[in-house]
Design a protein around this ligand. Structure first.
Ligand code: NDP
Length: 778
């Protein structure tokens, strides 16, 4: 084709990027790779092929890691970790900066290799994946520099096992490795089987940067290697990105191991277009939302919700735009849609779409190249409950349905088990800012889509996982409190014999702002240290837990109450507790034995004041993103939190967990100290007189293990915290896998309840949702 031909037809001519340097690099390595362990590449072993999905050509042979390889990598990471942490923030910052510079220097090589290995268009690898990976290393070089000053009292977690998927191979590596290294951790990373090459090139870069041996270890292989990492006893934290199904398996496998865990999982993110939207912009956004990276994006806007009045026009314009998408050789700079990562993934997409007998399937009449390609597809007319409207397809397939009112849009958008991202298009700023907070998602884009930056936390809620990557909020997941943890000795209730008849008062459960008899009608005696009967507490059953959760769900309005009101109520609880301080102190002394009651009550009052203070001061942030606009990191309540309160401080422990939770707008189901429950049952009288709306705080008594199990399995509970035994921690983590609820457990370790540690509690009580709002009309 001549320039004249091109000019006359206005067709795009071929503009292929050369693969020569990337192929030469592969040849230099012998086209065979071992693992990168302790600063060196191991001899290649039994392996598997890494192929170019666009052509089917073999690029290299990779080694399947054995248990011995995983052990060697973990041992190297362990040996390196202490020294790496001791280098200090500034010297680590210099290494991270060197890695960022080298990523920049070799940007083209990384981009081409990524495209060859993954099939994504070079335009995307070159302009998005690789620059964002560099940005993560720059950003976290800064975080390493700031750690000592800005994160006092925090220490590295240790050795991190990191398992990443194939859709953004280098970028996911950067999201995981940069913050881990910045905070003084060392890593063992497993890239996905289909796309390990840029991780191995990164290993080469680590050598060039002179990174100390063992700080970064990269081992290749399939899911079995991921399982070995997950199960390894000498790994302190697992960070995983991938499917919800594997995320659930990892939650179960790590339960009770004491390993920290973050999961970034799947999504079925809504893309909402209101009738006043700038339709052409919304269509371009949609191209980016669902056809970027062939739709193999966890936060892909894969579920189009379009307002009924414009639906036909919108779909017509969309079909016309689909006809202009260029599909083909990913190395061609003019290509919009490249190859799907592997024939296996192609088959998954094909089977899912072929199983659809409803709706109307549209594909533009464009030529599809030979190989691993799937055409951009639009399916209209599906009902919201249709499997293709609910399940992640992870391919270039958009499903669509309509809505009439903003309220219906929100309802449909939230009608999913996921909660990763959402997009809203409207020219009405009031509407956009009304809708964005109502969407259940970790990220919301207004009049834009798929915007990312290292300064902004990315991650989901519900079955999209937990934890954030990026920003200050992502860093905490790579740190832990400094100091040596101490094991908590079990605290057992005092024993005694039946006391005199005619107790003056038998407390009840506290559910929905009312005293409630236990469903089973059973109660248990509570004795003093000397064996004197102090009272009886009800034994809550599963049904009582369910009632308490229902009451907490019903009190959802609390999340919308102003922070000022929440603060006032917390102050008021403090005031009312203060008025009865002597009585509470005497009760604690009688239950626990000793004379610590007054001190504990005073600390509890102070804790209420601390959290009243924070209620209107625990701010979100506006992130300095490289875009003309604002990325607003808003703190939202987690929802309904079940708490297994500690035994060491029966009143202070309960108050210390309840107060931050309700300060942030959560509702709680508190299970009182099993050993010393009467402080909690006395406390509901204080709540009754403090204007706490019904259902915001619910208090149960009974065996912690049974109550924790029911709470952890309950689909309407969003988080469970436990400050009881290691066994209970394990039980809660395992049971939470059902709906992947957040857990915060003590693993049977001591907490100093005398310290407020407000930030830790407030962070656990909130989720960061980032709302991106670009400025301007251009
Ligand atoms: P997986 O969740 O299986 O893979 C993600 C990573 O975990 C890979 O490195 C994989 O290894 C590894 N892995 C697999 N099984 C285990 C295990 N039991 N324990 C520990 N690690 C494991 O995703 P797939 O690549 O198989 O894709 C399947 C589906 O998952 C896709 O169709 C898509 O729907 C979804 N997905 C979602 C992603 C997201 O970002 N939300 C990313 C990728 C996929 P290996 O690749 O070698 O098998």
């Amino acid at each position: 084709m001549t320039v004249k031909d091109i000019f006359e037809s206005m067709d795009y001519g071929p503009a292929p990027e050369s693969a020569a340097d990337a192929l030469a690099w592969l040849i230099d390595q012998g086209d065979r790779f071992g693992h990168f362990i302790d600063g060196e590449f191991t001899e290649p072993g039994d392996g598997f092929l890494s192929k170019n999905p666009a052509t089917g050509e073999t690029l290299a042979t990779l080694t399947q890691a054995t248990q011995a390889d995983v052990d060697a990598a973990v041992a190297a990471a362990r040996r390196a970790q202490g020294k790496w942490a001791k280098l200090g923030g500034h010297r680590r910052a210099k290494y991270l900066y060197a890695l960022a510079r080298l990523l920049q220097k070799h940007a083209r090589l990384f981009a081409v290799l990524e495209t060859l290995d993954n099939g994504k268009p070079i335009r995307e690898a070159r302009d998005i994946d690789i620059p964002l990976a560099q940005r993560h290393f720059y950003y976290h070089a800064g975080m390493a520099q700031l750690m000592e000053d800005e994160l006092p009292g925090r220490a590295p977690i240790g050795v991190c096992g990191q398992i990443i998927p194939w859709n953004f191979p280098l970028l996911m590596l950067a999201w995981k490795v940069a913050p881990a290294l910045a905070m003084g951790n060392t890593v063992v990373l497993k890239p996905a089987e289909y796309t390990s090459l840029t991780a191995l090139l990164f290993a080469d870069i680590c050598r060039q940067a002179g990174l100390p041996k063992g700080v970064v270890n990269i081992i290749t292989g399939d899911g079995a290697v991921g399982q070995m990492i997950t199960a390894h006893p000498d790994i302190d934290k697992i960070a995983f990105t991938g499917s919800t199904e594997v995320g659930r398996q990892i939650r179960t496998a790590t339960a009770g191991s004491g390993k920290a865990l973050t999961l970034e999982l799947g999504g079925k993110s809504p893309y909402i277009v209101f009738d006043d939207a700038d339709i052409d912009s919304a269509i371009e956004g949609l191209v980016d939302a669902i056809w970027f990276n062939q739709g193999q994006v966890c936060c892909a806007g894969s579920r189009l919700l379009v307002q009924e009045g414009i639906a036909d026009r919108f779909h017509d314009k969309l079909r016309a735009r689909m006809a202009t998408l260029r599909i083909g050789n990913p190395l061609d700079k003019c290509i919009d849609v490249g190859a799907v990562v592997d024939p296996v993934q192609l088959q998954i997409i094909t089977d899912m779409v072929d199983s659809c007998e409803d709706g109307e399937i549209f594909r533009a009449d464009t030529d599809l190249p030979e190989g691993c390609f799937y055409p951009p597809t639009l399916i209209t007319g599906l009902t919201p409950a249709h499997p293709l409207m609910q399940d992640e397809i992870f391919g270039p397939v958009l499903v669509s349905c309509t809505f009439r009112t903003p309220a219906e849009a929100v309802q449909l958008a939230n009608n999913t088990r996921y909660g990763l991202a959402a997009t809203v298009w409207t020219e009405n700023v009031n509407l956009a800012l009304d809708i964005a907070p109502k969407l259940i998602a970790g990220v919301v884009w207004v009049n834009a889509t798929n915007l990312f930056d290292a300064a902004v936390g990315f991650g989901g809620v519900r079955e999209s996982g937990f934890g954030r990557e990026g920003g200050w909020e992502g860093l905490r997941a790579y740190t832990k409190p400094s100091g040596k943890p101490k094991t908590l000795s079990p605290i057992l209730p005092h024993e005694g014999s039946a006391g005199p008849e005619g107790l003056d008062r038998t407390p009840k459960l506290y559910i929905g702002g009312k005293q409630a008899r236990p469903d089973g009608g059973y109660s248990k005696s509570v004795y003093s240290k000397s064996g004197k009967l102090l009272g009886q507490v009800p034994i809550a059953s599963r049904k009582d837990v369910r009632n308490a959760v229902e009451a907490a769900r019903g009190a959802a309005g609390w999340a919308k109450a102003t922070a000022h009101l929440r603060a006032q109520i917390l102050f008021y609880i403090g005031e009312n507790l203060s008025a009865r301080a002597d009585e509470f102190a005497a009760r604690i002394d009688a239950m626990v034995g000793g004379r610590q009651g007054h001190k504990e009550v005073d600390a509890a009052i102070s804790r209420l004041f601390t959290n009243a203070a924070w209620a209107d001061k625990f701010d979100g942030a506006v992130k300095p993103v490289p875009l003309r606009g604002a990325a607003m990191a808003m703190r939202e309540p987690v929802g309904v939190i079940g708490v297994i309160c500690p035994d060491e401080a029966p009143l202070l422990g309960l108050v210390s967990t309840m107060a931050p939770a309700i300060a942030m707008g959560n509702r709680v189901v508190l299970t009182a100290s099993q050993a010393f429950p009467l402080a909690a049952t006395d406390f509901y009288q204080v709540l009754d007189t403090s204007d706490v709306p019904a259902g915001v705080v619910n208090i149960l008594t009974g065996p912690a293990s049974d109550l924790a199990d029911t709470l952890a399995k309950h689909m309407d509970v969003d988080a469970v915290w436990s400050f009881s035994s290691a066994d209970l921690s394990a039980q809660i983590e395992a049971a939470s896998a059902g709906n992947l609820k957040r857990t915060w457990v003590n693993n049977g370790q001591v907490r100093d309840w005398g310290k407020a540690d407000a930030q830790t509690f407030l962070n656990a009580a909130t989720e960061v949702k980032t709302i991106w709002v670009p400025y301007g009309e251009g």
